[in-house]
Design a protein. Structure first.
Length: 360
C-alpha cells in the first residue's frame, strides 16, 4: 500500500493505492450518514466487499445509469433529491464508487449539496485511478460540451485498489492505459521505458504490475495538481491529447469512442502536429506512437474529417477567448504550452494520422 499526498494552498488529502485500501475509510471521523454513489453492475460485483472492508456500519447506495449520459444537470438534481430524501445533512459523507463518470458527478453533487459536503473518491477504472479521481476537478456535460459546468472541489480521500480492475472488460481496461501513456510522456524516459516493457500484452489480472504502474502514473498527476490547483498554468500539461480528443468525442456524440480511446487519437495527432511544426524530432514521435499503439487496437477514425474536427477545437473549455492552448511534446519528458499553432497545421496532422501510415 502506497500513500501519495496532494497539497496546495487550500487543501490536502491522501491518494492511497494498493490492495485493501478501502479499509482506510475506517479512519475518517464519524459522519451523520453515509451514501455511496455507484452503478448497479459495480455494486453487484463489489458491494459486499466494500461494506466489509470499509467498516461502514450503515450506508445507503444511490444508483446512476452506466455511461456518459449520467454526467448531466438532470442527474445532479436527481442525486441531490435522493440525498435529501435519505436525510443527508451537512455532516453526511458521499462516497463515489465507480469510474470517471461517477467520480465527476459525485464530486459535483458534493460541492453543491447544502453548499458542500465531504466526499471520497473510490475509483474503479484505470483512467479514474490515475487521473480523473485525483485533483478535485468535478463537472457534468451540457449538451455536447464535455464538463462545461463544474467546480474545483477536493475529496477527503482517494482510494485506488488495483484488484477492482479485474472486473473491467478488455476495451475499457485498454482505454485507461492510454491515459497512462500520456502520463509517461509527461514524466520522462524512466517511466516511459517501464511502459515499453510492460504494456504489450498487459491484462487486468496482473494486479502486481498494475499496482506499480498505477502508482507511478498517479504520482505524475499528484505532483502536477499539488503545484497548480486551479489550472492556472502548469496543470494544463495534463491536457496533452485532450484538445483533439475532446473534439473527436463531440464530433461522434460520445457514442463511438471511450474517453481514453479519443485521448489516444488526440495524443497521436498532437505528436504528429509537433513533428510538422518542428517541435519534436521524428524519432521521438515514432517512439510515442509505437507506445500508444502497443496498448491495443483503436477504433478507426474513418469519416471524421478535419473539417468536422477543426471547428470544435476552440470550444474546448480550456480555450480562452476562443484561443487554444496547445500542449505539444518536445521530447519524452518535456511538453510545450503554446497558442501559436496554425489551424492548417492541425488539419494536416489530423489527416496524416487518419491515413494510417504515419508511424504505424
Amino acid at each position: 500500500m502506497r500513500k501519495l499526498h496532494v497539497t496546495s494552498k487550500d487543501f490536502a488529502y491522501d491518494v492511497v493505492i494498493g490492495a485493501g485500501v478501502w479499509r482506510e475509510l475506517r479512519r475518517l471521523r464519524r459522519y451523520s450518514s453515509v451514501f455511496v454513489l455507484t452503478e448497479r453492475r459495480l455494486w453487484k460485483r463489489w458491494g459486499k466487499r466494500f461494506g466489509w472492508e470499509s467498516g461502514l456500519a450503515d450506508f445507503a447506495p444511490l444508483f446512476v445509469p452506466t455511461g456518459e449520459r449520467s454526467k448531466s444537470l438532470r442527474m445532479v438534481e436527481q442525486v441531490a433529491r435522493q440525498l435529501g430524501e435519505g436525510g443527508a445533512d451537512r455532516r453526511s459523507l458521499l462516497v463515489a464508487l465507480g469510474g470517471g463518470v461517477v467520480g465527476d458527478l459525485g464530486g459535483f453533487v458534493a460541492s453543491g449539496y447544502m453548499r458542500g459536503i465531504d466526499y471520497v473518491q473510490v475509483p474503479t477504472t484505470v483512467v479514474a485511478q490515475v487521473d480523473s479521481a485525483i485533483g478535485g476537478k468535478t463537472g457534468v456535460n451540457v449538451g455536447a460540451v464535455k464538463n462545461l459546468v463544474g467546480a474545483f472541489y477536493p475529496p477527503r480521500l482517494v482510494l485506488a485498489d488495483p484488484n477492482v480492475l479485474r472486473s473491467l472488460d478488455s476495451r475499457t481496461f485498454r482505454s485507461g492505459l492510454y491515459e497512462v501513456v500520456k502520463h509517461a510522456i509527461l514524466d520522462g524516459p524512466d517511466f516511459f521505458g517501464q511502459l515499453q516493457r510492460y504494456l504489450p500484452g498487459l491484462h487486468c489480472g496482473q494486479t502486481r504490475v498494475l499496482g506499480q504502474i498505477i502508482e507511478r502514473a498517479a504520482r505524475v498527476k499528484v505532483d502536477v495538481v499539488s503545484r497548480d490547483e486551479r489550472e492556472a498554468g502548469l496543470r494544463r500539461v495534463l491536457n496533452l491529447g485532450h484538445t483533439f480528443g475532446h473534439a473527436l468525442e463531440e464530433a461522434t456524440r460520445y457514442r463511438r469512442f471511450l474517453h481514453g480511446e479519443a485521448v489516444a487519437w488526440g495524443l497521436l495527432a498532437a505528436t504528429r502536429l509537433a513533428e510538422l511544426l518542428g517541435v519534436l524530432a521524428p524519432e521521438e514521435g515514432s517512439r510515442i506512437a509505437r507506445l500508444a499503439r502497443s496498448v491495443g487496437p483503436l477504433p478507426p477514425v474513418y469519416g471524421v474529417s478535419a473539417q468536422r474536427i477543426l471547428p470544435l477545437l476552440p470550444r474546448d473549455k480550456k480555450a480562452v477567448a476562443g484561443q487554444i492552448h496547445w500542449i505539444l511534446p518536445e521530447r519524452i519528458g518535456k511538453v510545450r504550452i503554446t497558442k501559436d499553432v496554425p489551424l492548417g497545421a492541425a488539419a494536416a496532422a489530423w489527416r496524416d494520422i487518419q491515413k494510417g501510415g504515419w508511424h504505424a
